[in-house]
Design a binder for this molecule. Sequence first.
Ligand SMILES: [Zn+2]
Ligand SMILES: [Zn+2]
Length: 188
Amino acid sequence: MFIGVRELEQHELTFREEFPPGTIDFRTPDFRQAAPVHVQVSAEISGQEIHVVGRLATQLELHCARCLEPVSQKLEPSFDLRYRPVAAICREEEIKLAPDDADVGFYTGAGLFLADILAEQVHLALPMKTLCREDCRGLCAGCGANLNRERCRCGPHAVDPRLAPLAALLGSGETAGAGKKKKSSKKN
Ligand SMILES: [Zn+2]
Ligand SMILES: [Zn+2]
């Protein structure tokens, strides 16, 4: 869906649309779109400024910041955005943007792609930090155990996690010999 200046100059645009996963480029490996993005938008132009108002709803799959397990996150942000042509800004470089203009975006050429607007709004709506639950215990820095559901395997002589790689190297010989499972000698 393209929100074009020419068309807006004829009439206001109002529409609903659905973007299945894969049709919006979020430019990040941090999350996955797990449901269609449903969007309801109206757009109009005054002078050269495009005004876009709407709301979207979707579901993402992110990862817990502590234990890295997948977390499902519903987003339903609404938005009220203004875009000015980049060319106009270049000419008026010296003009200081008023404080309430802080949210003004820019468009180049003939208009805006709705998918780009949606990608940006999804990013803005993401929580600062995603947790699978408030009291997620995360991963042990030493052994990598998910402490929500397994015990730390570092043992009683837990090493400083920063030295764990070194300890693993030094201990590898012992560990190999420590396995007490002796194979019973084959019968002759
Ligand atoms: Zn977690
Ligand atoms: Zn551990």
